[in-house]
Design a protein around this ligand. Structure first.
Ligand code: KIV
Ligand code: ZN
Length: 511
C-alpha cells in the first residue's frame, strides 16, 4: 500500500515571518489560492492572535479558500486558541496548531517553567483546542534539542489529550539528518500511543539541512512535512516544498511506496508568485526553481543533453511547469493566441484582465522583436498589482550622462489627480526616486536594489527588485519594463503601495 505524505505549507505563517516578507491580505489570499492549485494538503494561513491584520487574513482565507485544510497557529494559551478558532470558523476543514517549547534552554530561560508545568499546560491547551475542532496539531517547540525521554512523555500526553498530529520542529536548524531520522524512529518506537497520530516535521535551514532532515524523517516514519515555497522563513528559512517533493518523485526508487498530492506543473508558477509578492529573489542556482536549474552551460554537458537529455538532466523542466524561453509570439499575434498561451502557463484571466494583458503584450511586442513566455508571465504578474495601487506611474522623463547632473521628472496618479515633480540625484534612478518622494511625501530608505533580465537579449524586459525602509519597516517591491529606469520607478511604487495597504503590522507579536 502506498503511503501518502501530507504536505503542510507554512509560507503564509513561518514564511511570512521572514524580515521584509510581509504580504497584504489580498496577496495572502492569492498565494493561498495558488497553494490549492498546487495541491497542498494543509495551508497554515497565519497566527491569528498576533495582530488584527493576521486575524483578518486567516479569516478571509478560511472563508474563501476551498480544497485544503486551513490551519491557524496558537501558543498554548486559551486566548490564542480562541482567536485561532474564531478566525478559522468559516473553513470547511480547519486545524488548530498549538505549540509550546520543551527544550531545557527554552523552558528555563524563555518560559521559566518546570517539566511538570509544561506537561500540564500542553495537555490543557490541546484539550481546550478540542472544544473547537477535532483536527489538532501540537508542536513541542525546539524538539530536536529536547531531552528525549521528556519529549516522548509530552507527545504521549498530547495525543491522549486529543492531538491528531504531533509536529517535531527542528526550530533552530540544529539537527543532523542521521540523528533527526533516529529521533523520528525512536518516537515511532517509544511513544506507546503514536499510532493514534501522524508525525510531522518542521525543519529550519540554519545549517542548510532542512530538506535533508525532512527527508530523513520521511524515511523514518514521518507522514507530514512542513515546508514553504522557495524555502522562505525565519532566519535561513524552512525546508523548501519544491525540493522535498521533487526528491520524493525523482527518487521513487529510494522513497518506495510513498507519494504526495502535489501537482508539480504548478511549482514554477507558485515559486514566481511567492518571489514576486515577497520581493525575495530566487537565487539562480536554487534547486528546482532557480533560473539556472535547467540551463546547461558547459559544451560537454550541452553535447550530452542534445544526444540524450537524461545524461545531465534528472528532472525535465516541464515537470515543474518551466517551459524555458520558448519563443511564443510576435506583434501580429492575436488576443486568442495570447489567451491560449496564458492558459497553458496556468493563468486564467477574466475579460478585463485579458484586455489589459493584451494591450501590454502589444506594447511590449512593439518594443521587443521576440516575446517569450517569461515575458508573458512578467506582464500578467505586473497586472495583478493594478488592483492594489494607490499611486501609479503616469509618465517619466530623465536626463543624464557622463559629467552631467542627472535629473528626472515624474508624473504620478492617484484616485484624485495627477501630480508632477522634478529632482536631481546621484544617478537617474536616484533622481527618479527623489522626485517620487516629493510627490508621495513618504521618506523611504533604499536598503537593497537589484536588477535582472527576464529573458536574454539586449531588448529583454528588466526586472527590478527593491527593499525599502519605510516607518522603520522593511518592505519590498518589484517592477518590470524594457526600460530599466521605468522598471526601477515601478518597483519603488510597488513597495510604497504595499505600505499604504498594510494593516497595523506594528502591533504584530513575533514568535
Ligand atoms: O520553528 C518552529 O518551531 C515553529 C513552531 C511554531 C512550529 O515555527
Ligand atoms: Zn518555524
Amino acid at each position: 500500500m502506498e503511503k501518502k505524505i501530507k504536505i503542510f505549507d507554512t509560507t503564509l505563517r513561518d514564511g511570512e515571518q521572514a524580515p521584509g516578507a510581509s504580504l497584504s491580505d489580498q496577496e495572502k489570499l492569492e498565494v493561498a489560492q495558488q497553494l490549492v492549485r498546487l495541491g497542498v494538503d494543509i495551508i497554515e494561513a497565519g497566527f491569528p492572535i498576533s495582530s488584527p491584520g493576521d486575524f483578518d487574513s486567516v479569516r478571509q482565507i478560511a472563508r474563501q479558500v476551498k480544497g485544503a485544510t486551513i490551519c491557524g497557529l496558537a501558543r498554548s494559551l486559551n486566548k490564542d486558541i480562541e482567536a485561532a478558532a474564531m478566525a478559522l470558523k468559516p473553513a470547511k476543514r480547519k486545524r488548530i496548531h498549538v505549540f509550546l517549547a520543551t527544550s531545557k534552554i527554552h523552558m528555563k530561560y524563555k518560559l521559566k517553567k518546570a517539566e511538570s508545568e509544561i506537561l500540564k499546560i500542553a495537555e490543557a491547551a490541546v484539550k481546550y483546542a478540542g472544544k473547537f475542532t477535532d483536527d489538532i496539531q501540537f508542536s513541542p517547540e525546539d524538539a530536536s534539542r529536547t531531552e528525549k525521554d521528556f519529549l516522548f512523555r509530552v507527545i504521549e500526553k498530547v495525543i491522549k489529550a486529543g492531538a491528531t498530529t504531533v509536529n517535531i520542529p527542528d526550530t533552530v536548524g540544529f539537527a543532523q539528518p542521521d540523528e533527526f531520522g533516529r529521533l523520528i524512529h525512536d518516537i515511532c518506537n517509544k511513544v506507546s500511543n503514536i499510532n493514534k497520530a501522524i508525525i510531522a516535521v518542521h525543519c529550519h535551514n540554519d545549517l542548510g539541512l532542512a530538506v535533508a532532515n525532512s527527508l530523513a524523517a520521511i524515511k523514518n516514519g514521518a507522514g507530514q512535512i512542513e515546508c514553504t515555497i522557495n524555502g522562505i522563513g525565519e532566519r535561513a528559512g524552512n525546508a523548501a516544498l519544491e525540493e522535498i517533493v521533487l526528491s520524493l518523485i525523482t527518487r521513487k526508487d529510494h522513497f518506495k511506496n510513498m507519494h504526495c498530492g502535489i501537482k508539480t506543473k504548478e511549482i514554477y508558477k507558485t515559486s514566481r508568485l511567492v518571489s514576486k509578492l515577497t520581493g525575495f529573489v530566487v537565487a539562480p542556482n536554487k534547486a528546482i526553481v532557480g533560473g539556472n536549474a535547467f540551463r546547461h552551460e558547459s559544451g560537454i554537458h550541452q553535447d550530452g543533453v542534445l544526444k540524450k537529455r537524461q545524461t545531465y538532466e534528472i528532472i525535465s523542466p516541464e515537470t515543474v511547469g518551466f517551459y524555458g524561453e520558448g519563443l511564443v509570439m510576435g506583434k501580429h499575434s492575436g488576443r486568442h493566441a495570447l489567451s491560449n498561451r496564458l492558459e497553458r502557463l496556468g493563468f486564467k484571466l477574466n475579460k478585463k484582465q485579458l484586455d489589459i494583458a493584451f494591450s501590454r503584450f502589444k506594447d511590449l511586442a512593439d518594443k521587443k522583436k521576440e516575446v517569450f513566455e517569461e515575458d508573458l508571465i512578467a506582464i500578467v504578474e505586473e497586472q495583478s498589482k493594478e488592483f492594489e495601487q494607490v499611486w501609479s506611474l503616469e509618465a517619466l522623463e530623465f536626463f543624464g550622462g557622463i559629467n552631467v547632473q542627472p535629473k528626472a521628472t515624474v508624473k504620478l496618479k492617484n484616485k484624485k489627480a495627477v501630480f508632477s515633480a522634478t529632482s536631481e540625484g546621484d544617478g537617474p534612478v536616484d533622481a527618479c526616486y527623489k522626485a517620487i518622494e516629493k510627490i508621495i511625501k513618504l521618506k523611504a530608505g533604499l536598503l537593497d536594489y537589484s536588477i535582472q533580465a527576464v529573458t536574454r537579449g539586449k531588448d529583454a524586459l528588466g526586472e527590478v527588485n527593491v527593499k525599502l525602509l519605510i516607518n522603520k519597516e522593511e518592505i519590498s517591491g518589484r517592477g518590470a519594463s524594457t526600460d530599466i529606469i521605468e522598471a526601477s520607478a515601478k518597483a519603488y511604487l510597488n513597495a510604497v503601495n504595499r505600505v499604504l495597504f498594510k494593516k497595523e503590522k506594528s502591533k504584530k507579536v513575533r514568535l
